[in-house]
Write a protein that binds this ligand. Structure first.
Ligand code: GLA
Length: 392
């Protein structure tokens, strides 16, 4: 039987590829006709976020733009608690995992939901590094390594918060000399903005009084179907990276760059997260799925470094960053058993993904990787944007 032939096959394929590999039209242009605040939409009770921790007042702050997109942030760990964007039908959808109140963030097994990660996002081998002739020992909180700042990283600290206007929040924190084993008094400022074009922009700045290392990121767990709405394996993902930093069995980079070509790590063209996740591949075995740093081809605030979309909701997210690396984690440690979240929803195996912008893991022990050293007189400054739109 002869297959029907299209007159313009090339044009059709091109249009399809454009549709699936990048976000289009702005999200949030359609409204439900109802002024839905974050607190109403996810039924977050602000009272559940009011507490004094470490002698500091903790609250829930809501940031909004004119389209109705909004983010709720607690100054405990600088965490994104909810992130509401419109889906293809104009329904406000919460796309991040989280808890109903501070108790959840203090007692549940997942420390990092939505949090600012510091002083060093990702792993440092054996929690050890040498700087200006002195060796420092950090907390060992992940097997034999240190992860995400140790036992009391920034996810566990209270930031001072100032809300200059309805769409932004400024968080500051002073990390004392020696905190978590890191040298230098570090003054950190993290500014969240919800922009008019539906991006959540995070601007990180820091200064130190002694030579130190720094690698800040945010650890939002996304599910673009809507949080608690099952697996993320059907999401289409593009990562504009031709190489990853392969890891050993403790997830420490070997120091090499490995091409993604002909491997399950090739996301240079959009494919579903689930397409190759169960392949027999040594790196996938080491990560128990994807848990790897991608070396971005370009890192800029004008070109998207990664695009993810959900076929169910039509929600699409583009990431912009001036960081050289992107950790793609496919929620391999979410168990569903104790990982219950907002509204009692169960957060099962691979029901979220993280895309953490960063310098490369273990950079303090890998001279070939871009430096994460910060000296007195210098200002650390990085920016990451998560920008939302809809594919209809
Ligand atoms: C990071 C790590 C993962 C895991 C998650 C949190 O993304 O790379 O291995 O620890 O945080 O569970």
């Amino acid at each position: 039987m002869k297959r029907p032939q299209h007159k313009y096959p090339f044009l059709l394929w091109s249009l399809l590829l454009i549709a699936i590999s990048s976000c289009n039209g702005p999200a949030g242009t359609k409204t439900t006709g109802k002024d839905t605040t974050v607190a109403e939409a996810v039924k977050l009770k602000t009272a559940n976020f009011q507490q004094t921790i470490n002698d500091k007042k903790v609250k829930l702050y809501t940031l909004k733009n004119s389209t109705g997109a909004s983010v709720a942030i607690t100054n405990f760990g600088g965490r994104i608690v909810s992130l509401m964007v419109h889906d293809k039908n104009g329904v406000l959808t919460d796309v991040v995992l989280g808890h109903d109140g501070l108790t959840g963030y203090q007692t549940k097994p997942e420390n990092y939901f939505g949090a600012i990660i510091g002083r060093y996002g990702n792993r440092i081998a054996k929690g050890k590094f040498t700087l200006a002739g002195k060796t420092y020992q950090l907390d060992i909180n992940d097997g034999v390594n240190t992860l995400h700042g140790g036992f009391k990283g920034f996810y566990d600290q209270v930031f001072d918060a100032v809300q200059p206007d309805s769409s932004s929040l400024e968080l500051t924190y002073t990390s004392k000399d020696g905190e978590g084993g890191y040298p230098g008094t570090l003054n950190v400022k993290v500014v969240y903005n919800v922009t008019a074009d539906n991006a959540v922009r995070i601007t990180y700045t820091a200064t130190t009084d002694k030579i130190t290392i720094i690698n800040l990121t945010n650890h939002a767990y996304f599910n673009l179907n809507g949080e608690g709405k099952g697996s993320i394996l059907n999401h289409l993902l593009t990562i504009r990276a031709d190489a990853i930093t392969p890891v050993d069995t403790t997830l420490i980079p070997t120091g090499q760059l490995q091409t993604v070509k002909n491997t399950p790590f090739d996301f240079t063209k959009a494919k579903t997260i689930g397409a190759d996740i169960n392949n027999q591949n040594e790196q996938l075995k080491n990560g128990k799925g994807y848990d790897h740093n991608f070396a971005l081809n370009k890192h800029s605030l004008t070109q998207s470094v990664a695009t993810v979309s959900s076929p169910n909701s039509g929600i699409c997210m583009d990431i912009y960053t001036n960081e050289p690396g992107l950790q793609f984690y496919s929620g391999n440690f979410l168990t569903g058993k104790t990982h219950d979240g907002k509204g009692g929803k169960v957060y099962g195996y691979r029901s979220a993904f993280c895309l953490e912008t960063q310098h490369f893991p273990n950079a303090p022990n890998q001279p070939a990787f871009a430096s994460t050293v910060l000296k007195p007189g210098q200002t650390y400054h990085t920016v990451t944007e998560y920008k939302f739109s809809v594919n209809k």
